[in-house]
Design a protein around this ligand. Structure first.
Ligand code: FAD
Length: 471
């Protein structure tokens, strides 16, 4: 007899493990099948956590590099990064967090089945690698996530032509690094390795860096990257990459249409991630798919009854589904609550914050100025630079701004776009403002403590109404 559960979750990333915990909290008997040696998935093991740990090291180095300005004495030579210690600290953080999820599983009496699972139909799950067994449940949640993918012209060899999975483990700072793609992953590694001392070139097919962000944010990032000595090539298409034992040669078509060639120690391919569904048995079960992604409705039901899916592996069929940890977790909570019979509302994907932890960092939510205009709004814009703030001057972080996009007719906030210090934290206020359908006036009337970076939000709201106080 197969072991029977109320809910089986396949995959223990930020989608799967959160769904499992919520389902258990709501009284369900839950098992999670996870094939990795640790719990936490991409976010904890290869993504959010290790990359942000490396970025904190880069930030620490930045402060030390400016020691003279801070009045800190460094008696011998220029500061440099010690990669061994960097990895020791990063790995300790990762292990602490993955063990933390293990503890939460025990606390919530969730069974972790260590192995690889495939769907068998009629509520059965076959664990065919690892702790081989057949499990059975009333409900199955697929949360198998995503993995790096390349473009047809570039073959990843994991040595000279690498993905983020390798970039987080580099034992030495590469002399030179070319990064293909300027989404969140690309610009974060550009910040890390430039600060660590690499010569960095970032190649983007589209006309601007971080193309999903507001155009003003892209322009500010490009300005800052160039100031930091990062070579930025936009409107440039990589046509070929050839690796030798010592270097990689990247051929591309430049913005002027002419061919160009760059040699570097490494090429990091950061052109996006694809779904993990191979061998899962989803197609065989008749689950509707689209280019490998599992199709779901607004409540994350697949086309097969009692099988749900969440996180990076899904498509809602309405534009791009954001592959973000906080999105997968929220979807996990919604599914678990639906399965427990609680009332649930569909997620508003226009209120998903985007956080990019490059230097300077980016936090944004809602419509960009261009999107608001495209939708026919009479647009109101207010922008305020961080550099004017006392708090930013103290921190020595004076780049960037907060930009508010609003509707002139009803004064409603439609989007907030920030680049600069603590933007990934400050965006929380903007998310709430959008969720509560706040007006610009309400942001102005909200007291922002002094001296804080958050004053830039209030000042941008003032600016949208005609005049910032401190500008
Ligand atoms: P995953 O985390 O990919 O988890 C899926 C799990 O399923 C894996 O553990 C896998 O081993 C397991 N699995 C797959 N198939 C099977 C099977 N058949 N049987 C058993 N187990 C299986 N997002 C943010 O919000 N903020 C960030 O700062 C951020 N930074 C990132 C940086 C990098 C470099 C990368 C690559 C990603 C980053 N992300 C970030 C994205 C984030 O990591 C993902 O959106 C998130 O992890 C998706 O969670 P998930 O649960 O859908 O899938």
């Amino acid at each position: 007899m197969p072991t029977a559960y109320d809910v089986i979750v396949i995959g223990a990333g930020t989608g799967g493990y959160v769904a499992a915990i919520r389902a258990s909290q709501l009284g369900k008997k839950v098992a999670v099948v996870e094939k990795q040696k640790a719990l936490g998935g991409t976010c904890l093991i290869w993504g959010c956590i290790p990359t942000k740990a490396l970025l904190e090291h880069a930030h620490a180095l930045k402060v030390v590099q400016n020691a003279k300005e801070w009045g800190v004495m460094i008696p011998y030579g220029a500061p440099a990064i010690d990669m061994k210690q960097v990895h020791t600290r990063k790995d300790k953080i990762v292990t602490g967090l993955t063990k933390g999820v293990e503890y939460l599983f025990k606390k919530n009496k969730i069974d972790w089945i260590k192995g690889t699972a495939r769907l068998m139909g009629k509520g059965k799950v076959d664990v065919f690698e690892g702790d081989k067994q057949t499990l059975e449940a009333k409900e199955i949640i697929v949360a198998t996530g995503s993995q790096p993918r390349s473009v047809p012209s570039v073959q990843i060899d994991h040595e000279r032509i690498i993905t983020s999975d390798e970039a987080i483990h580099l034992k030495e700072v590469p002399k030179s690094l070319v990064i293909m793609g300027s989404g969140a992953v690309g610009v974060e590694f550009a910040s890390i390795y430039r600060r660590f001392g690499s010569e960095v070139t970032i190649i983007e097919l589209l006309p601007r860096l971080v193309p999903v962000e507001d155009e003003a944010v892209s322009a500010e990032l490009e300005k800052s990257f160039k100031k930091q000595g990062i070579n930025v090539l936009t409107s440039t298409k990589v046509t070929r990459a050839t690796a030798s034992s010592t270097e990689v040669t990247i051929e591309a078509q430049g913005a002027d249409g002419k061919p160009l060639s760059i040699s570097a120690s490494l090429l990091l391919v950061a052109t996006g991630r694809g779904p993990v569904t191979t061998g899962l048995g989803a197609e065989e079960l008749g689950i509707a798919m689209d280019k490998g992604y599992i199709k779901v409705d607004q409540m994350y039901r697949t086309s097969v009854p009692n099988v749900s899916a969440i996180g990076d592996v899904i498509t809602l069929g309405t534009g791009v589904h954001p592959q973000l940890a906080h999105v997968s977790s929220m979807e996990g909570v919604i599914v678990a609550e639906r399965l427990a019979g609680k009332p649930v509302q569909p997620l508003n994907y226009e209120h998903v914050p985007g956080c990019t932890y490059c230097d300077p960092e980016i936090g944004s939510v809602g419509l960009t100025e261009a999107e608001a205009r495209q939708r026919g709004y009479d647009v109101l814009v207010g922008q305020f630079p961080f550099g004017v703030l006392g708090r930013a001057k103290m921190a020595g972080e004076s780049e960037g701004f907060v930009k508010i996009v609003a509707d002139k007719k009803y004064d409603e906030v439609l989007g907030v776009h920030m680049i600069g210090p603590r933007s990934t934290e400050l965006v929380a206020e903007a998310v709430l403002a959008l969720r509560l359908e706040c007006t610009v006036e309400e942001l102005i009337k909200t007291i922002h403590a002094h001296p804080t970076f958050s004053e830039a939000v209030a000042e941008a709201a003032h600016a949208a109404h005609g005049a910032a106080i401190h500008m």
